[in-house]
Design a protein around this ligand. Structure first.
Ligand SMILES: C[S@@+](CC[C@H](N)C(=O)[O-])C[C@H]1O[C@@H](n2cnc3c(N)ncnc32)[C@H](O)[C@@H]1O
Length: 470
């Protein structure tokens, strides 16, 4: 059952109200319910018509699951106003509808077969990157909307900010997104999708009314160039052309993925002294304990790489080479998926040691509130669940740490980062790179940079000067 999540009746009723708001249907109007499941929205439209005394428009229910089609046919047999069509909504020709309402399937690209991915990529502008089926349903539905029509969908809120949905946001810039209602997290019970009801009309874009989860409302104008809507939805003035965290950092990335931490990471106390010359202190997300500032050094990672990040030939690895070529170790390393495309003893991802082995700021990829730790010595190798940020200029480190720990930075992160379950946020590198720096931070960085002009890399100063001047 691909993506079946039934919509609760009270949510259906509020969406149907929105669909017909100021524009009650006539019997001759056409309504589409794509991915109709067992008919939650058909029932909702019938309830609405009975309650308000308005006519029922002609309803087309499109569903691909044979079991659901059977339920729909049984429930609505003999009703001329309801046409149940068993077909794939994404692969069939579309007609025009005056009203479109639905809860499209949430199926990420990983749930699709290779054939489906290829087919969808060829057909949909929005099938980009790690797309989700509901985004394609949006595209298909928008192109099926009659000139005076209205569409109301409930979907995850992710399309408002993820990079992979930027083409959908661009597409929506040709429509008027009238309303975005961020629904309670538990709308679908345990399935936390941060649902959002969106209503759209095919007329010139105008003001969008945003109803937040805390009950506050805001009237906004959505960006039209495909960038994330989040800052605007939360009322932040957009920051364009200013200096960002990405500008003053050499690198903002997630830590090293070895593909076999069990073989490369040891308790410091248990590491064979012969392997010590090849080992560096390492840290995982679990070891970054909120509320503390120290970084434990209880684990070491043996690395077949030199300090510039070059994979060393096995015969130059001495005792580490002997360890890696042991039959049992070699077999386990060979069983990693990356062994098909890389030397069998290489890490899953090549560690960028020349950037990583510098004083840096560390943080967890996910958490209830952002917290930042500092590796002042610059020798710690962060593992995959730890992100790290390396300032271009070491003198900037305390300034950036202060800024990242400030309430204004936290507020920006809360408004711009992807949300996970339990209200946690994900601190992804591409979001942090976009983080604007305030004028006072930029000034402190410039001053710190000016005092260290003898440092080899003077780029931050040039970036700051150019951006501040423009
Ligand atoms: C999230 S459920 C919603 C069901 C119903 N509209 C509701 O709100 O209770 C999405 C439905 O879309 C159907 N579906 C998935 N892919 C489809 C496709 N390509 N064409 C038509 N229906 C599809 C699924 O079988 C499922 O019933």
């Amino acid at each position: 059952m691909k993506g079946f999540v039934p919509t609760p009746p009270e949510v259906v009723d509020s969406m149907v109200e929105l669909l017909f708001r100021d524009r009650p249907p006539k019997t001759s109007d056409r309504l589409l319910d794509p991915g109709s499941g067992t008919g939650a929205f058909i029932d909702g439209v019938l309830r609405w018509a009975a309650r308000t005394g308005n006519p029922v428009p002609h309803i087309t229910a499109v569903e691909s699951n044979p079991r659901h089609i059977e339920v729909l046919l049984r429930a609505h047999a003999g009703n001329p106003a309801i046409d149940v069509q068993g077909r794939d909504f994404l692969l069939s020709d579309t007609e025009r509808y005056d009203y479109i309402i639905g809860n499209p399937p949430y199926v990420s690209i990983t749930g699709l077969s290779e054939v489906e991915r290829v087919q969808y990529r060829a057909l949909f502008k929005t099938a980009r990157g790690r797309f989700d089926l509901y985004v394609l349903f949006f595209e298909q539905a928008l192109s099926s909307l009659a000139p005076r029509g209205r569409l109301v969908f409930i979907t995850p809120e992710k399309f408002t900010y993820v990079d992979s949905a930027s083409s959908l946001r661009k597409m929506l810039a040709d429509f008027h997104v009238e309303h975005l209602h961020l629904m309670p997290e538990d709308t679908f019970g345990d399935l936390v999708t941060y649902p959002t009801v969106t209503s759209v009309r095919p007329v010139r874009p105008g003001v969008t009314q945003v109803l937040h989860r805390d009950g506050t409302t805001l009237n906004v104008r959505l960006p039209e160039d495909g960038r994330s809507w989040l800052p605007v939805l939360f009322g932040s003035a957009e920051h364009q052309g200013g200096v960002t965290l990405g500008d003053v950092c050499l690198r903002i990335s997630c830590g090293v993925a070895t593909g076999a931490d069990g073989l490369f990471v040891f308790r410091s106390s248990e590491l064979d002294p012969e392997l010590r010359p090849f080992a560096r202190p390492t840290i995982s997300g679990r070891e970054l304990v909120p509320g503390t500032i120290g970084l434990p050094r209880q684990r070491m990672m043996v690395m077949p790489y030199d300090s510039s990040g070059r994979l060393m030939p096995l015969d130059q690895l001495g005792p580490l080479g002997d360890y890696l070529t042991r039959d049992d170790i070699r077999q386990r390393l060979l069983s990693r998926t990356c062994a098909a495309r890389k030397p069998w003893y290489a890490f899953h991802e090549t560690p960028v040691l020349k950037d990583m082995l510098r004083p840096k700021i560390l943080f967890k990829d996910i958490g209830p509130t952002p917290q930042f730790w500092v590796d002042w010595t610059g020798d710690i190798v962060p593992r995959h669940s730890v992100y790290y940020l390396v300032p271009r200029n070491t003198e900037s480190l305390p300034i950036l740490l202060d800024y990242l720990s400030s309430p204004r930075a936290h507020q920006w992160l809360q408004h711009n980062c992807q949300r996970a379950a339990k209200g946690y946020i994900r601190l992804q590198s591409q979001v942090l790179k976009r983080m604007p720096l305030t004028a006072d931070v930029v000034e402190s960085l410039s001053r710190a940079g000016a005092e260290t002009l003898h440092e080899t890399d003077q780029r931050p100063n040039r970036v700051l000067v150019e951006k501040v001047a423009s």
